[in-house]
Design a protein around this ligand. Structure first.
Ligand SMILES: C[S@@+](CC[C@H](N)C(=O)[O-])C[C@H]1O[C@@H](n2cnc3c(N)ncnc32)[C@H](O)[C@@H]1O
Length: 301
């Protein structure tokens, strides 16, 4: 889960021809990782920065403060690496469909053409921000390759799976789905509908998504206040958090839906895996992790 403040300024709606502010922010955090953290990088994604084209002094934004963001940088690049490694592995096994729900400024297709040329990548996102991204890709000379399908959907009011089918998705063939930085902006009903849909695909589905836990009893006053402040900030820019999931209940629901394999990674597990114990410890010291933070979950039918 993104743990820092939302962009100030006018609220961008799902139909405005403009980037979604939380998607810009995650793209900038990925770029910040390459610019600030020591090599080797977990993921090298400066194309998102190119797409976003922020003000030249974007690194002065409060949410890009280098000392305040090691934790969030670590979790954002680690979750991206987790899904990209999985997609690379599945592509080797012959899987040819990758669905990104809430794709934002994801640049997998442009950064990993050797994989993207063998699979169809379905990028699902709100109509306005997606139309903006399409134009940016064209303006920058990347174009939209045949295997990149841009599927405009508002998850709360439309069924993304119907739109996928209209764009050539084949439910009888296996697929990998990612939904990163998205569930907290959706209602629990919308999240559940997505999990149920992927579980029902005859060709087999697997999904990687992250989620936030609700506040818990013993949470410190400081953590509770920080969380409340974040809720208020994202709500103020028109992107309120709408759901928080209890891990035990979520796992039971996934099993009920037919997921046979579940791996739930606590906030710093991934950072430790991809960045090593030292950076994970620095991220922890900077306030990332701990109970009540964001999880990354992998589930496979
Ligand atoms: C925090 S961004 C994450 C983007 C990308 N997955 C990443 O990790 O960088 C959230 C994304 O979810 C999309 N989103 C939020 N609510 C949505 C909705 N109701 N329908 C479709 N997309 C939505 C936003 O447009 C945005 O691209």
């Amino acid at each position: 889960m993104e743990a820092s403040g939302a962009e100030e300024g006018r609220t961008v709606t799902g139909t405005d021809l403009a980037p979604n502010s939380t998607a810009v922010r995650t793209a900038l955090w990925r770029a910040l990782h390459t610019e600030l953290d020591a090599a080797p990088h977990v993921i090298d994604d400066r194309l998102g920065l190119l797409l976003a084209e922020p003000d030249p002094d974007w690194r002065r934004r409060p949410d890009m403060n280098q000392y305040a963001t090691p934790g969030v940088r670590a979790s954002i690049v680690a979750r991206a690496r987790f899904i990209e490694d999985l997609v690379a592995e599945r592509a080797e096994d012959g899987v040819t469909q990758y669905v990104l729900l809430g794709a934002g400024l994801d640049t997998f297709v442009q950064r990993r053409p050797e994989i993207a040329s063998c699979i169809t990548v379905f990028e699902v996102d709100q109509p306005g921000p997606q139309a903006w991204k399409r134009q940016r890709l064209i303006d920058l000379g990347f174009g939209i390759p045949q295997g990149q399908r841009l599927v405009p959907v508002d998850f709360e009011n439309q069924s993304w799976w119907e739109q996928l089918l209209d764009n050539g998705f084949d439910t009888s063939a296996p697929a990998v789905v990612s939904s990163l930085g998205v569930s907290m902006y959706l209602t629990e009903a919308a999240v559940d509908a997505t999990l149920a849909r992927v579980a029902g695909w005859p060709g087999g589905g697997e999904i990687v998504f992250d989620y936030a836990e609700p506040p818990y009893e013993e949470m410190s006053e400081q953590s509770r206040a920080a969380r409340q402040a974040l809720r208020e900030r994202v709500a103020a820019v028109g992107e309120p958090f709408l759901s928080a999931l209890v891990p035990e209940a979520l796992h039971a629901r996934l099993a009920e839906l037919g997921y046979a394999q579940i791996e739930d990674l606590a906030p710093l597990d991934l950072a430790e895996r991809f960045l090593g114990p030292e950076i994970a410890a620095a991220a922890s010291a900077a306030g990332a992790g701990g109970r009540g933070g964001g999880h990354v979950l992998f589930a496979r039918t």
